[in-house]
Design a protein around this ligand. Structure first.
Ligand SMILES: [Mn+2]
Length: 317
C-alpha cells in the first residue's frame, strides 16, 4: 500500500491535494506537508470560494497562500490526494467533480467511520490525526522529514489532539512529536500561532454563542445555535465556529455538547461528548467522526434539527 502511494505520486504529472470543507489544522497541516514533500507538480485545493473564507489562523503554514479555491480550480490533474476527509460528501461542487473524473485517487485519513471512497484508501481509524498517519507513511517510505514538513505535521497533530489531551494521544504520538521537534521547529511558537493569534471578532462571536448556550437534562446536554444572522453580525468566517463545541463540553456536568449552524445546505452539526459515543448520533444523520467528536448535516431548519438531535442525545445519557 505505502509503495503504491509513492509510485503513484512519482508517476503522476499534476497532483491535487484536497482538504475537507471548513478546514482545520489537521487537514491543512497534512495537505501542506504533502505539498512540501511532492513539490511543484502538486497544488492544494481549499474548499472555499474566496479570500474572505481563507482560514487565517493557519496562514503561517507554507504553500497556503498559493492554494487554489473552488472558483479558480481547473480540471487538469491526474492524481487527487484527499486528506483528513471522512466521507465523500465533504467534497463539494467543483472539488467533487474533479475527484470523480480523476484517473487516480488516494485518501489518507484517521476517521474510524471512513469507509473509503478513493482508489487507494490509506485509512487508520483511531490514530490521533491525519498528521500522525502521514508521518508514519513518510517514515515507512524512508522519506526525509524536512523542517518545513515537520512544522506542518506538528500543527496537524497538535491541533487534532487538542494539544495532546485527547485519548487518541498515545506514546507513539509523543514519540512523533519528539522526532518533529528534533528537526529544529519552534513548538511553542507553533502553539502560539495556532492558539493565541485569534481575530478579535472570533472571540466576540464565540463569547456570544457561549453566552446564549442552552442547557437541558439537568445540564447534561449543552448546545448553541448559530444562525446566518449571527454570522453576518460578527462577520464570522467558517473557522470561527471551531472550538465552541469544545468549550461547552468542558463545562462540569455536561456530557454531550452540540453546535447547530444554519447553512444553505441545512443545519451543520458538531457534537462533542465526555463518555457517550458521539458517532451514535452523527451516524443517524449520515455523518461521521470520532467517539468524542463527530459531525453531520441535517437537511432541516435549525429548530427541527435541534429537536431531532435532542431526541437522539437523550437516549445516550
Ligand atoms: Mn483530523
Amino acid at each position: 500500500m505505502e509503495r503504491e502511494i509513492l509510485n503513484l505520486i512519482n508517476n503522476s504529472n499534476r497532483i491535487l491535494i484536497i482538504t475537507h470543507v471548513n478546514p482545520d489544522g489537521d487537514t491543512l497541516g497534512s495537505a501542506c506537508a504533502m505539498k512540501s514533500f511532492i513539490g511543484d507538480k502538486a497544488d492544494i485545493l481549499l474548499q472555499i470560494k474566496d479570500n474572505f473564507q481563507f482560514p487565517s489562523t493557519y496562514s503561517f503554514l507554507p504553500h497556503l497562500n498559493k492554494a487554489k479555491n473552488l472558483t479558480n480550480i481547473k480540471d487538469e490533474y491526474d492524481l487527487i490526494i484527499v486528506v483528513d476527509t471522512a466521507s465523500v460528501d465533504r467534497l463539494v461542487e467543483s472539488a467533487r467533480e474533479i475527484f470523480d473524473k480523476a484517473q487516480n485517487t488516494i485518501l489518507i485519513d484517521h476517521h474510524k467511520t471512513n469507509k473509503g471512497y478513493a482508489k487507494i484508501n490509506h485509512i487508520r481509524g483511531g490514530i490521533s490525526s491525519t498528521g500522525e498517519v502521514l508521518f508514519d507513511l513518510f517514515e515507512k517510505l524512508n522519506v526525509e522529514i524536512t523542517k518545513e514538513m515537520a512544522l506542518c505535521l506538528y500543527c496537524a497533530i497538535l491541533t487534532d489532539t487538542g494539544c495532546f489531551k485527547y485519548e487518541s494521544t498515545t506514546s507513539h504520538t509523543f514519540n512523533i512529536a519528539s522526532k518533529l521537534s528534533k528537526t529544529g521547529i519552534n513548538t511553542s511558537e507553533i502553539a502560539d500561532l495556532c492558539y493565541t493569534n485569534k481575530p478579535k471578532n472570533l472571540i466576540l462571536f464565540q463569547s456570544y454563542l457561549v453566552e446564549n448556550a442552552k442547557f437541558c437534562c439537568s445540564d447534561k446536554i449543552a448546545y448553541t445555535i448559530i444562525t446566518k444572522e449571527i454570522i453576518e453580525k460578527f462577520g464570522a468566517k467558517d473557522e470561527y465556529t471551531e472550538g465552541i463545541c469544545e468549550t461547552l463540553r468542558t463545562i462540569k456536568g455536561v456530557e454531550i455538547a452540540f453546535v447547530i449552524k444554519e447553512t444553505d445546505l441545512g443545519s451543520k452539526i458538531s457534537i462533542r461528548t465526555k463518555e457517550a459515543d458521539a458517532t451514535k448520533i452523527s451516524q443517524k444523520f449520515n455523518g461521521g467522526g470520532h467517539k468524542r467528536a463527530a459531525g453531520c448535516t441535517i437537511k432541516a431548519t435549525v429548530n427541527v434539527a435541534l429537536e431531532k438531535l435532542l431526541e437522539e442525545a437523550k437516549t445516550l445519557i
